[in-house]
Design a protein around this ligand. Sequence first.
Ligand code: DGL
Length: 270
Amino acid sequence: MAVGIFDSGLGGLTVLDAVTKRLPEVPFVYFGDNAHAPYGVRTADDIFNLTCAATERLWEEGCDLVILACNTASAAALKRMQETWVPPEKRVLGVFVPLIEALTERQWGDNSPPREVAVKHVALFATPATVASRAFQRELAYRAIGVDVEAQPCGGVVDAIEQGDEILAEALVRSHVEALKRRMPHPEAAILGCTHYPLMDKVFQEALGQGVKVYSQANLVAESLGDYLTRRPQFRGLGTQSKFLTTGDPRSVSDRATQFLRKRVVFEAA
Ligand code: DGL
């Protein structure tokens, strides 16, 4: 019973860390498409093809359920994958819905019509491709009415984090928050809509101010996955081994991942 976790690079490790703590008995196979990161500046077709290739690789590892721990793939490719590509005996899930359910105070599977919710002004920070897809606004509109979303495409942040350049990443985060605040001076909540951004959550919180509730995905996704596996135990795949796969150079990806997670991680070639 193994579950696949996919990201374009290292960001999904924030989700992996949370799901491993929540479900210590489940083996996880992580796939980082480091050779093709960042996805945030690619076309939707390109993101679809790369994400399908990675998902197939995870199926080969005995993972019938694959979590796209990547907002860019969840936004730009997931709906098309689910509608045209995923066979009935497999599942591919994204990271958007658990976040939106938390923001709109909904329980899993509550499909009642959209209603008014407490937060009215929401700042969304994400990659340019995620912002361009408007997938967040689409999913939110199914569940809530009257919420004003201002989205900031955070160009450069994923690259800086992948390269381990924290100083540049911090400077970019501050300037993206300033740019957003010029358009929405008083957001009540902020969504970190990229799995790389939890590494910068303190910088986001400081730049936004303590009054803003910052939502990041890792723990929300872990809770939701725990629920899902209880309801759908048939999607615990046949794989038995945890491992880390990358399309990049395993040695340098392992070094950066170790720095990123602050514990030793060893990747092998995908
Ligand atoms: N962690 C990915 C996400 O959540 C990064 C996307 C990218 O590679 O640009 O969107």
